[in-house]
Design a protein around this ligand. Structure first.
Ligand SMILES: [Zn+2]
Length: 367
């Protein structure tokens, strides 16, 4: 039974403050809900963060790094704060979601992680001449799909951007009018530090006109946390950049099929990988990337957008499957909040809000 959750589309344009103000005023209720989730999850995952002031105080420590590296995005958050009628401190804390919920700065991370991403290209595709298809399942907390929106940004400077993102977030998975697409996976490493929040890095990737500059935005930022950034361009070039806060590894994607989930491929970065008991017990982290790769291998030469959508609905290893569902036995668990498929030779992004197994993919145009 398909539920077809309706996607909220927010279209904004102009200078950074205006972009933020329009975003904030158009998505007030979802931003307020996201803020509740930030407070509640910070408390669940980080025992030291027992009240809102603790969360705000921790988030504020990341602000100088964001201000120094991306003053335009901080300005956008001031607009978002005014538009949503929520204090700047709270809007900034919301944009430190990853930092306050699972940064080792707050305490050791023990949570499971989510997201399964891919890029398929060249001979794997049918017809083989079309540009790459890049996409992912965005796995967040239980019932978080209610805060996801389609955000279309036409900035006064730089490429237009379409992201599928929690409302109020400055940067997440999406594509831009220069033909650059980004998908992401959470990674857990032990070297988290005060630095530029992950959401800011993601947006910088999508602000670029050249894929090399997108890679540069990742590797040359003073990152706060580990993350995986998979970037593909209309021409067929793709890079997977695995990061910790203090180090990175760049994979130029030369295979026609490339998948990623929530563990390091890089032998160099493996040494920094978080190995708490719940992290290791979550065998699904390795499973999902392998399963997706196998589905694509079996369909080599026949892959099109529809097939990638079907692959994202896969339920082997349920509920910790590619299409992920909460485990009733766990109080804290993840599920697929949104699913995206971006054929880079077309202008359309196909999105489900909620699990792709019970929601139809709908097309959204960047323009
Ligand atoms: Zn499902």
């Amino acid at each position: 039974m398909r539920r077809n959750q309706i996607a909220t589309v927010v279209e904004v344009k102009g200078a950074p403050y205006e972009v933020g103000f329009q975003h904030g005023s158009s998505a007030k209720a979802k931003i307020a809900r996201f803020l509740e989730i930030v407070y509640s999850r910070a408390r669940q995952y980080q025992p030291a963060l027992t009240n809102k002031q603790h969360v705000l105080k921790l988030a504020d420590k990341f602000l100088p790094f964001a201000q120094d590296w991306a003053p335009d995005l901080v300005e956008e958050l001031h607009g978002l704060s005014d538009g949503a009628g929520i204090s700047f401190a709270e809007v900034f804390a919301l944009n430190c979601y990853s930092e306050v919920t699972y940064s080792p700065i707050a305490s050791s991370s023990t949570q499971l992680m989510g997201c399964t991403s891919f890029v398929v290209s060249g001979g794997a595709l049918s017809p083989p001449s079309t540009g790459p298809i890049i996409g992912q399942n965005e796995d967040w907390g239980r019932a978080d799909s209610e805060i996801f929106i389609i955000l279309k940004i036409k900035p006064s400077q730089g490429p237009s951007i379409l992201m599928t993102t929690p409302a109020g977030f400055i940067g997440y998975a999406g594509r831009n009018s220069q033909g650059i697409g980004l998908v992401q996976n959470g990674l857990a490493a032990t070297d988290g530090r005060l630095g530029v929040p992950v959401a800011f890095v993601a947006r910088r990737v999508l602000q670029q006109e050249r894929i090399g500059d997108s890679v540069d935005a990742i590797v040359n930022s003073h990152r706060s946390l580990a993350s995986n950034y998979l970037i593909a361009e209309e021409s067929g070039e793709a890079f997977d950049i695995e990061t910790t806060a203090t180090d990175f590894d760049i994979f130029h994607v030369e295979d026609d099929i490339w998948t990623h989930s929530n563990y390091y491929f890089s032998s160099k970065l493996k040494a920094l990988e978080e190995k708490t008991p719940s992290w290791e017990s979550a065998g699904c982290n390795a499973f999902r990337a392998g399963r997706l790769k196998n589905i694509f291998r079996k369909n080599y030469g026949k892959i099109n957008s529809d097939l990638t959508m079907d692959a994202l609905r896969d339920h082997v290893n349920y509920p910790r499957s590619i299409c992920r569902h909460p485990d009733p036995a766990r109080a804290l668990d993840w599920e697929t909040s949104a699913s995206i498929v971006m054929p880079m030779s077309q202008s359309k992004t196909y999105v489900t809000i909620g699990n792709p197994c019970n929601n139809e993919f709908k097309p959204f145009d960047l323009g």
